[in-house]
Design a binder for this molecule. Sequence first.
Ligand code: DVN
Length: 175
Amino acid sequence: MTVRNCSGIWQELIDAVQRKDPCKVTQEDYKRLAQVAAQTVPCDKTLLWSRTNNLVHRYTKATENVVTLEDTFLGFLFNGLTWCGKTSRPGLNYKSCPAWDECENNSVSSFWKMASAAFAQASCGIVNVMLNGSADGDISRKQSILRTVEIPNLDPSRVSEVKVWVIDDIEGEDK
Ligand code: DVN
């Protein structure tokens, strides 16, 4: 078991966003937070996904032979949360924060881009990808984290194979 410094992690989060415009938080701002909450995922265990959020997490809960970013310590801590600072005062803004799509460098999306890039860079051996074969439209959004951050950050000298699982709804349409 790894012992974690929870107040240290909290402080790194605060330092990343406080007194900053919530639309001007960069991936770089979260570097220290990523370092204090880092966790190594063994080779062959990485599971990336797009448009299968609910399914992959039900799957990893049941099997434990693959790990998503949201199953790692850092991802688990922040999954489902929204946070930001404000320019006028230290600490967090508990009233409102920009939505994911409102601006590019918002405090939440920059965090996930940073965490996803680090997760992909650290992946080795077989990398699994779970996609949705029954979803309407593109199999993953053009701007998805999978396409724009994770795939480009895989290291070809450390990743031996990418295994893509295309999952269809039971009795649903196979698109
Ligand atoms: O491999 C995974 C995992 O490692 C993660 O960090 O990134 C990959 C999944 O992200 P993705 O490729 O962008 O996949 P999705 O299914 O298109 O988006 C997943 C979720 O990210 C969404 O459900 C959004 O979460 P939410 O708002 O429902 O809590 C969020 N998200 C990502 N980009 C978004 C967005 N929400 C709104 N607008 C966007 N542009």
